[in-house]
Ligand binder design. Structure first.
Ligand code: ZN
Length: 198
């Protein structure tokens, strides 16, 4: 079967999305072109705008339209606490609980040696640098309770403690294998409260 070049290029491009194989990519392309051309134009414009506008916050590594994001720039946050999470969705989850008033650092991943993701691929060096700003008194590790999240917390805690920083881990009120994104707010708030020094 020979497709017009622009169409097969579009199908190829859609495969950058996680979990999307050739068949679903083709379905998406036909849907956008046939059923929702306005939606397709919006997607294209917003994707370009996001790529042009969003950068990593210089302090917390989260996505931001400014060099320093709103949370990091807020004088109402407690700069003595620095909470480390894997992904922006985890940060959002913690914010929704209103249980935490400190600052964050977003790793944008977790250690996963089997997938070739080592300390260098996630922001551990930047985390160390960030935690040594002279204001941070406690680093709270809130990576997920999955094998990778635990390994990441362990590795980060060793690095941070070696530099004289106080490190704690959120409590295991969360289920084993639990991902913050899917846990209710009360449980997350309690896990923060019950954190222990590591
Ligand atoms: Zn920030």
């Amino acid at each position: 079967m020979s497709l017009p070049g622009t169409l097969s290029n579009l199908i190829d491009a859609l495969r950058v999305l996680p979990g999307v194989g050739p068949k679903s990519a083709a379905r998406m392309a036909y849907h956008l072109l046939q059923r929702d051309r306005a939606g397709a134009a919006r997607l294209s414009a917003r994707l370009t705008a996001a790529l042009d506008t969003l950068q990593h916050c210089r302090r917390c590594n989260n996505f931001s339209e400014e060099p320093v994001c709103e949370i990091c720039a807020s004088p109402r946050r407690d700069a003595r606490q620095l909470c480390v999470v894997e992904m922006p969705a985890d940060l959002n989850r913690l914010e929704e609980t209103h249980a935490y008033k400190g600052l964050y650092f977003v790793l944008m991943g977790r250690l996963s040696p089997l997938d070739g993701i080592g300390p260098r691929e996630i922001g551990l060096e930047r985390l160390i640098e960030r935690a040594r700003d002279g204001t941070t008194e406690e680093v709270i590790l809130a990576t997920n309770f999955t094998a990778e999240g635990e390994a990441t917390a362990h590795y980060a805690s060793e690095l941070l403690k070696a530099r004289g920083l106080k490190v704690s881990r959120i409590a295991r009120g969360l289920p084993a294998g639990g991902e913050l994104e899917h846990v209710d707010g009360m449980t997350i708030a309690q896990a923060l409260l019950d954190r222990r020094e590591v």
